[in-house]
Design a protein around this ligand. Structure first.
Ligand code: DGY
Length: 335
């Protein structure tokens, strides 16, 4: 028996397992168990392993909902290793006094780099060109072949002017783009101009990049009407969550020439089956949710998640607490 908190981690974490690594730090302070199997931990296994735990460190692949929480009566803290937390029912956690943390900031540049990579790849038709090189259809230099779209001088519309949106805007500025943004509030020091409305942004942008979190308000917000407001040559970029996009509407917009192209790092579902009709769309570039995928970034995310979990389990207020109201539930329960 031990009085150290019991913690379950749903994947081996980047950075190794030695002293000072994210897993090493957890091993030192907690009674730790780690899912070391291939891929995400199966839901039934997660339920069984987490049932007696005080803390959980999941990935965005794990669904944490009310039935799951009901099976984990001792759970006090969940440190999601992601900035997004749409995989977690935050209301249910708050009601049960379970503190939830995320990992913002450390993945901003990596994700913005990926968004801009996708933007450039779609603009300059890199994946079509690469396919031609590989399948032997690359013919002699042709003044009319694989003509892309200019970036310098074009307008970049950022929907969701948070940290990552601002970092993509800065990259746009570096490429001599005009930058517009749309958000609920004006953002001081945003490296771009606030559009009068979402409609105005869509009507003026040559590239539209999505940076809103997935919430009930943003789910499927990129629908047929959204695409119809974009310019016919414009390229749609999404690096946030697949759930903000109505995929059949995107496919129809691409097939019908309503928009000029799309570049996605996130889809519904993930992984996208090779038979998904989206893959037959013209002018689409898809990467497999790689936004934060550098060793440095993922290691920092793991450290930040560990910081959050250890602070919460020690009864301190974690730096990146998603549901501060849960603290009131805990205080109330102690009375
Ligand atoms: C996140 O953190 O939410 C990304 O989607 C994965 O790094």
């Amino acid at each position: 028996m031990t009085d150290r908190p019991r913690v379950y981690v749903t994947r081996t974490l980047p950075g190794g397992d030695g002293p000072g690594t994210p897993l090493g730090r957890l091993r030192e302070a907690t009674d730790l168990e780690v899912w070391a199997g291939e891929g995400p931990v199966p839901a039934a296994e997660l339920r069984a392993r987490a049932a007696g735990c005080d803390g959980l460190l999941p990935m965005l692949t794990e669904r944490i909902d009310l039935p799951f929480l009901a099976g984990c009566p001792h759970l006090r803290a969940i440190a999601n290793m992601a900035v997004g937390y749409d995989n977690i029912d935050i209301g249910a956690c708050t009601a049960r006094g379970v503190l939830v943390t995320n990992t913002p900031g450390v993945l901003t540049d990596a994700t913005a780099d990926l968004a801009f990579t996708l933007l450039l790849a779609a603009a300059r038709r890199i994946t079509e060109g690469e396919r031609a090189v590989r399948d032997g259809t690359w013919g002699p230099w042709d003044p009319n072949w694989l003509l892309g779209k200019p970036v310098a001088g074009a307008t970049l519309g950022i929907v969701g002017p948070g940290r990552i949106g601002a970092a993509v805007a800065r990259r746009g500025g570096g490429f001599d783009m005009r930058v517009l943004y749309h958000g609920r509030h004006a953002v001081a020091d945003f490296p771009g101009e606030r559009a009068a409305s979402l409609e105005a942004l869509l009507a003026q942008s040559d590239y539209v990049s999505m940076h809103v979190p997935l919430t009930p308000e943003t789910a499927l917000m990129c629908d047929a009407a959204f695409f119809a407001r974009m310019r016919p040559h414009a390229i749609f970029v999404n690096t946030t969550r697949g759930g903000v996009v109505d995929q059949p509407a995107l496919l129809a917009a691409l097939r019908g020439g309503v928009i000029g192209g799309a570049a996605l790092d996130v889809t519904t579902p993930e992984p996208l089956p090779p038979s998904d009709p989206l893959l037959t769309a013209p002018n689409i570039v898809i990467s497999p949710h790689l936004g934060s995928a550098t060793l440095e970034t993922r290691t920092q995310m793991a450290h930040l998640a560990v910081d959050g979990l250890l602070a919460a389990l020690a009864g301190q207020r974690p730096a990146h607490l998603v549901n501060p109201e849960a603290i009131d539930t805990v205080i109330e329960a102690r009375r």
